[in-house]
Ligand binder design. Structure first.
Ligand code: WTA
Length: 652
């Protein structure tokens, strides 16, 4: 046994006894899933209701230049019918969604499957009445309220493609997404309370729509009732129309490969790309991972704290749980409002059984002390999960000791917007966990570790390199909206024949995977993906900025912070007020999550003679680790480095 294996935590016996999958079953199913994916997924695809069953299961190629991914391609289904209608005969009166509002003094709502059905049907009829047709794009810019789920499912019901934009994004970011996908309609709310403060979503949308075609209509959910501007003929009151719409809207038969949604995510270069997920494979994968990773059983109350604006909210608040007939909790607020006990108060109040959050939230709450957790009765919890970034062992242990009382399995799930669902994750009844490791692959997933220099597969058990996936799985993204070439270049060009994740990883002697973080120019701030290029282009769009380079640096709560090196225009003097201006500027260009944590004035940036910025050096200085800068001899002007070191902002 290795050292690491000795610290492994096995689930308690009682948990394993009741679990869907134990160690023997995992081994058997995993082996079957990679030996004969067609037989395996052919069987598991039947967890959904198909209007016309598929005869072809898998038709996929990772060959660069010919990348093509299709699952269940001749099957016909409707995603909303799978998430709602098929449950009605047996669980119409069961709660589908528990809505917990921002203010704990406001009542929670329990929305049954019957009620969900009625709302989604009415919403779908509203969309039809606005001229939305199959294949049309609908942008959803809503807070964490039930209408966000209704809107997503209403799109799915009529075959429209939704693109949810996180409500924390700025008008510019919203406009870019509306334009990129050519949306016909945007759905927003008047204002959004969060942590006791309000975001003016409607006025953000008004600002965004100034940059969009004047044909784009705006559906407004009157959520708080706050006053907003109103443009007759463009703005539409959704609740009013829903009340007057028919509660029946037939679910449209869709091909398994019809797009279900587009979700924009950041990459190394350029603008965020529209990740396209389709209907059949995505839903099979979201539902199956939800059931097995969280060991979800009928009657359990499941809570994923992510926002629906991210993929985690798509797969594990809406689609996975509802496809499984689960009760899923939607929380409008934040972990620290009205105080640092809110998560645990909600767990107690709604008797939550599975709780899924991000390491950044755990670290923030850890800093407030365990007394906030201890105040509440968490005896209903059966399992804990994390997602979004590597979890440091301190945070893992705190979560385990104080929230899990040492007896709840913790599933550390590694996956991406692109993967649709969990890829490397403990199956809780089967795989003992190690703090900080995402452990082993989910069924059908074949991770490989590649040598970053020449791309060859490292076949020994204990190795370190970059993480790639050898063969397709049903939840995989199919393309980048409007740019299939970019899809191939981003994920299939560098390492031929594999899907390249962009993450580094280590595999230990027990075959456990440890994700070491991004190896590209993507940073992970509080579990949110951010392209350094995006922040840079926002900065250089400011009139006083000549040049900017952005890197990540270790941050105790956020995981990574945003460190910006800024060269000002000739004649502009650096000042604290300019620093504040730039911070505010980035907030309005992208959103609060992109605000630089540290801005260093850089008279010059380290560049090679061919003009390429040497980010490796900038990263080291930002990490306060400038002793090991490596070779700087290729720099055009090595003296700029001395200035950057001298004036560095992050001093440990
Ligand atoms: C990181 C979120 C370590 C990783 C679902 C990945 C993780 C990126 C983990 C995707 C984890 C996600 N351990 N790192 N358990 N989960 N990541 O697209 O760098 O927002 O590539 O999807 O988050 O972020 P995305």
């Amino acid at each position: 046994m290795t050292d690491q294996a000795q610290t492994a935590h096995a689930a308690p016996e009682e948990f394993i006894e009741k679990a869907h999958i134990d160690a023997g079953r995992y081994a058997e199913m995993y082996a079957a899933s990679v030996k004969d994916p067609v037989a395996f997924w052919g069987e598991h695809g039947r967890r959904l209701d198909w209007i016309k069953p598929y005869s072809t299961v898998k038709n996929t190629s990772f060959e660069f230049g010919k990348v093509d991914i299709k699952w269940f391609e001749d099957g016909v289904l409707n995603v909303a019918a799978n998430c709602i209608d098929r449950h009605l005969p047996t669980r119409g009166e069961q709660t589908a969604i528990i809505f917990e509002p921002d203010d704990p003094k406001d009542p929670a709502q329990h929305i049954t499957y019957n009620e969900l059905s009625e709302k989604v049907n009415r919403f779908a009829n509203v969309l039809l009445s606005q001229g939305v047709m199959r294949g049309d794009r609908v942008v959803i810019y809503l807070p964490m309220i039930p209408e966000a789920a209704y809107a997503m499912l209403a799109c799915a019901r009529i075959g429209a493609i939704h693109s949810v934009v996180f409500a924390g994004f700025s008008p510019d970011a919203l406009a870019n997404r509306i334009n990129d996908c050519g949306a016909k309609l945007v759905i927003t709310a008047d204002t959004a309370p969060r942590g006791g403060r309000k975001t003016a979503l409607k006025s953000n949308t008004d600002a965004a729509l100034l940059h969009c075609s004047d044909k784009v209509r705006c559906l407004v959910v009157k959520h708080t009732g706050d006053q907003t501007t109103w443009i007759d003929g463009r703005d539409v009151d959704v609740k009013y129309l829903m009340d007057h719409a028919s509660p029946d809207c037939p679910a449209r038969p869709m091909s398994a490969e019809d797009p279900l949604f587009i979700l924009y995510t950041s990459g190394s270069t350029g603008k965020p790309k529209g990740v396209v997920h389709t209907s059949g494979g995505y839903l099979v994968y979201a539902a199956m991972t939800h059931q097995y990773t969280f060991d979800y059983h009928d009657g359990d109350i499941f809570w994923c704290t992510a926002d629906v604006g991210w993929v985690t909210g798509h797969s594990y608040i809406v689609y996975g749980p509802l496809a499984n007939g689960a009760t899923t909790l939607m929380f409008e607020g934040v972990p620290t409002y009205p105080d640092a006990g809110r998560f645990w108060a909600v767990c107690e109040k709604h008797k939550v059984n599975q709780f899924y959050t991000a390491p950044t939230a755990i670290r923030a709450l850890m800093g407030q002390g365990p007394e906030w957790v201890e105040k509440y009765d968490l005896s209903d919890l059966k399992l804990l999960g994390t997602v979004g970034e590597p979890i440091n062992p301190e945070a893992w242990n705190w979560y385990n000791d104080h929230v899990g009382k040492g007896t709840r399995p913790i599933v550390d799930t590694w996956w991406q917007t692109e993967t649709g669902g969990h890829m490397i994750t403990p199956i809780p009844g089967a795989i003992p966990t190690k703090p900080g490791s995402a452990t082993k692959p989910f069924f059908g997933v074949q991770p490989v570790v590649l040598d970053p220099t020449d791309g060859h597969e490292l076949t020994d058990t204990a190795v370190e390199g970059v993480l790639a996936i050898k063969d397709s799985w049903p939840g995989q993204m199919r393309t980048v909206w409007g740019d299939h070439e970019r899809f191939e270049q981003t994920y299939f060009q560098q390492y031929k024949g594999y899907y390249f994740s962009g993450d580094g990883c280590r595999r230990d002697a027990d075959g456990y995977y440890w994700i070491t973080g991004r190896v590209d120019d993507v940073i992970n701030v509080s579990g949110h993906r951010m392209g350094t290029a995006e922040v840079e282009s926002a900065l250089v769009a400011h009139a006083k900025v000549a040049e900017a380079a952005v890197v990540g640096y270790p941050h105790p709560v956020k995981g990574q912070g945003i460190y910006a090196y800024v060269t000002l225009m000739n004649g502009v003097d650096p000042s604290d007020s300019l620093r504040k201006d730039l911070e505010a500027w980035v907030r309005t260009e992208i959103g609060p999550i992109a605000k630089p944590d540290l801005i260093q004035w850089a008279p010059g940036l380290p560049k090679t003679r061919s003009g390429k910025i040497m980010r490796r050096i900038l990263r080291k200085i930002a990490e306060d680790d400038f002793g090991a800068l490596g070779d700087t001899s290729t720099l055009a002007d090595p003296s700029v480095v001395d200035d950057l070191i001298e004036n560095r902002m992050n001093r440990g």
